[in-house]
Unconditional design. Sequence first.
Length: 410
Amino acid sequence: MLVPKTLLLFFFLFVVFLSGSSTSPLDGKVQEETSNNPIVIIPGCMGSKLEVKLTDHKKKHWWCSSNKDWFLLWINVEIFIPELIECAGDYMQLEWDGKAIQYQQGIDYRLVPGLEGIQYLQPTLWFVEKYFHKMIEEFKNEGYQEGRDLFGLPYDFRMGPNNLTTWFKEVKSYIETAYNINDKKVNVITHSMGGKLFNYFMAQEEITKEWKETYVSKWIPIAPAWGGAFETIEELIWGMNFGDILVKKSKFKPFEISFPMSYYLLPIENVDWADPIIITPQKNYMATLPDYLEMMNALDLPQFSKDLVNTQWKQMNIIDPPMVPTYILYGEKVDTNCQVEYSDYIGSDNYKINTCTGDGTVSAKTVVALCEDWEDDHFVLCEGYKDKEHVSIVEDDEIINRVKELIKIP
Ligand SMILES: *[C@@H]1O[C@H](CO)[C@@H](O)[C@H](O)[C@H]1NC(C)=O
């Protein structure tokens, strides 16, 4: 998952379907005139708040709940406490039914809609810092108003694009609405997995050249994860604990490997991932589908892992040029895990992790690869920022000021 090496955790915000009635942008009363180009923000993986409701859920541990009214599951400090992680992990877990990913019986999900759903400010949680909070405040200081010229689009980050079709429709309708209210083209700001999903959205047939020219002024991907992130490999091997020192990684693994997202964000050879992901004396595993399937066998991952990577592979390899002016801001010169090297065999305890330059999560070369590929087709500006980390980059003053400059470009 796209989480930094520091104790910054940030999380899952799921966007389960926003209930159409209360959150439709069309409900917004038309407010006074504005001279701003509207902004739509799409957060990264784990960057949307998810609520959950339990109804006769078959709990996996006696100390967890079967029935509970709506409560905030992600992000919530309780997840990171031993014992409670096992409940939260169970509530978060998805199920593969042999053909498709499903929610568990007795668990309903919903997203916290709008900007509230994509920002955190929880100073009481020592390991959770801010996410998109300062940037949104700065936009508001400049006169932006939610529902008029500023929108946040949370989504169920556990899912891959196959299961986000309803949300993609919302992305389209929010952009059109933002345009219609303001009579100005829209600036889209994405972070991390949000960038990969938005790029997928822009490659869909119904998102025509005319649609793009009409509605989108520019796209600002921050720390885009379109080449995937090595952390998904760590998740599949050990589980990822988001820097939570209280809870073992292995407690996170069962639910993390049930998320289509964990496969959608695997590194892909297609985006310049030419070096092996895993090195063993017997075999080097490359960022290709056959090698991932073989790796999953070798690591004794369940059959559904192979099913999930198979269902994501086509979608995760779509990297078409978006055909709108694109301003890419990314972090570099932070040590970023990018390879596991086993001295005896895959899955053993004798390994070391090799690093590349990047933002601590996303390897810089995968970002740059598409900067170069897309340049032939349309305007692309690519700016690397030294020592900016994957998550804190969206709260960084230098980056926020740069974003504010960029959105003023007509
Ligand atoms: C995910 O998508 C598949 C294929 O469209 C569908 O069968 C399945 O029910 C979806 N799962 C969820 C949880 O929406």
